[in-house]
Design a protein around this ligand. Structure first.
Ligand SMILES: [Zn+2]
Length: 492
């Protein structure tokens, strides 16, 4: 609820580009980044007489998303023509689905602020993408038809989202499911995941819906958040001054970070939907649906709950690790190789992810590393058993935390095991009292003033002495034991 006594009612329409090899109604490759207008044929250009043929792979992907979100999959659904004129659509209509969608009535769940939320999904349907307009510097516009006919699913939520945070978390949740299913790469920058939002506000406690406006072009999680905030503020402002909300479509302008009014919103009847005469109704056999259901992986939310339960790791860790299927697989492989689960989670979330972010600069000399495979691949810098070996040394205090981080970097570089690297670089943690005492005596002798002040009661200098010993030992002294010995030496 808003501080001015208003609450938002938000619904999302998410378009996800399916990673099929070919387009939805023709054999043209469905790939991103080719030279303009090179991946086209009479069907996707909408030339007279060309007839569409439905891509079975696209149907399978859409059904799997429906099943993963608890939808009912229709045995019979119907493609419809959505008529509109725009230069990115040479046919002047888009083949979509209207009153008989493929999937209906599902939901997704996510945790936000320690609470589980469930957002209903009204429908998921198949449709074809339109082309892309490129506005050139000379003031003209160019059109690239490569994207015409690339398969999309549109995922329509119920208006059950109540805040910008919830909207972005819902979108993150959908993206995670799409990537687990390996049906959409979720790349918002390249437009393979796009989001339109409907927003209205009402006074808290009211049940009737206010007039909604639509925001298009929200092509990052940040834009979703900012666009909704902007529009909520505008509507609340208008209503509190006694004004009326007009049903409009706004475009989010990422450069100026503001909404620009695009046009008054169309009604469904403006599109003159009618059943697509060139395609038969889509029949999906019950056995095929069941086979697709069996092919589903463990879904992210189930996996998150299982990791928390089984490994006893905190909710935050489970959520980060389940962000990508490959990352969760890797965590379970490291834990399975004998590593302490919480330490494994820490090491993966910090060192492993950092190493992966710092790019492929380090040579991948690791033959056991998880190999990358297309947009869903996950390439860990260390194979699970070697990371588990390093974590075991940390766990039994054979190396200090900072020495272990040095060892990690060297293991990535050289491909050796933790034991080899620790021995070769002399990183083993020194816990032998005699060796530690020798360093401590030297440090005390070199710092007589500090020693005197410590003896006079300035015990906060303990850290200074431990630090000096760590320096002298090149990071290998056991810091805890060193602290205890310093205290004894200086008589406290
Ligand atoms: Zn084509």
């Amino acid at each position: 609820m808003n501080e001015r006594g208003y609450e938002a009612v938000i619904g999302l329409e998410v378009h996800a580009q399916l990673v099929t090899a070919t387009k939805i109604f023709c054999g043209c490759p469905a790939v991103y980044g080719a030279d303009p207008n090179t991946l086209v044929c009479p069907v996707c250009l909408g030339l007279p007489g060309a007839l569409p043929v439905l891509n079975r792979e696209a149907v399978a992907m859409a059904v799997r998303m429906g099943l993963a979100t608890g939808c009912r999959v229709a045995g019979l659904s119907v493609f419809a023509r959505k008529n509109y004129f725009y230069p990115d659509c040479p046919k002047n209509y888009q083949i979509s689905m209207y009153d008989r969608p493929l999937c209906e009535d599902g939901f997704v769940e996510f945790e936000l602020g320690g609470e589980w939320r469930r957002v209903g999904i009204e429908r998921i349907h198949l449709e074809e993408d339109a082309g892309k307009l490129l506005h050139d510097a000379g003031g003209g516009s160019l059109v690239d038809f490569n994207r015409c006919g690339v398969p999309l699913i549109e995922i329509v939520s119920r208006p059950e989202i109540r805040s910008p945070e919830e909207a972005s978390t819902y979108l993150v949740t959908l993206r995670r499911i799409l990537r687990y299913l390996e049906i959409c790469d979720g790349n918002m920058e390249e437009g393979s995941l796009r989001c339109d939002v409907n927003v209205s506000v009402r006074r808290a406690g009211e049940t009737a819906l206010g007039t909604k406006t639509e925001i298009k072009n929200l092509n990052s999680f940040r834009a979703v958040d900012m666009g909704i905030r902007w529009e909520m503020d505008r509507q609340i402002e208008t209503l509190s001054k006694g004004g009326r909300i007009e049903q409009v479509t706004n475009l989010w302008d990422a450069a100026s970070k503001r909404l620009v009014e695009m046009r008054s919103k169309e009604q469904a009847h403006d599109y003159r939907y009618f059943p697509e005469p060139d395609l038969r109704p889509l029949e999906v056999a019950a056995e095929w649906i069941e086979a697709l259901r069996r092919s589903l992986p463990e879904l992210p939310v189930d996996r998150e709950r299982r990791l928390r339960r089984h490994y006893g790791i905190p909710p935050y860790d489970a959520s980060v690790l389940c962000g990508e299927k490959g990352l969760a697989d890797y965590f379970e492989a490291v834990a399975g190789a004998g590593a302490d689960a919480k330490l494994a989670a820490n090491w993966i979330m910090r060192e492993v992810l950092e190493e992966m972010k710092s790019g492929p600069a380090a040579p991948r000399s690791d033959p056991g590393a998880v190999s990358s495979a297309g947009p869903f691949g996950f390439e860990a810098p260390l194979d699970p058993s070697r990371l588990a070996g390093l974590i075991a040394l940390v766990k039994k205090n054979a190396v200090s935390g900072s020495a272990a981080r040095d060892a990690f970097k060297e293991m990535v570089r050289s491909g050796e095991t933790a034991e080899t690297v620790v021995a070769r670089l002399g990183l083993a943690q020194e816990s032998d009292s005699a060796a530690l005492e020798k360093w401590i005596d030297e440090v005390i002798a070199e710092n007589p003033d500090e020693a005197a002040r410590y003896r006079a009661g300035k015990t906060a200098l303990l850290g200074f002495f431990v630090g000096q010993v760590m320096k002298k030992s090149r990071g290998t002294a056991n810091p805890k034991l060193t602290g205890e010995l310093v205290r004894v030496k200086l008589g406290t």
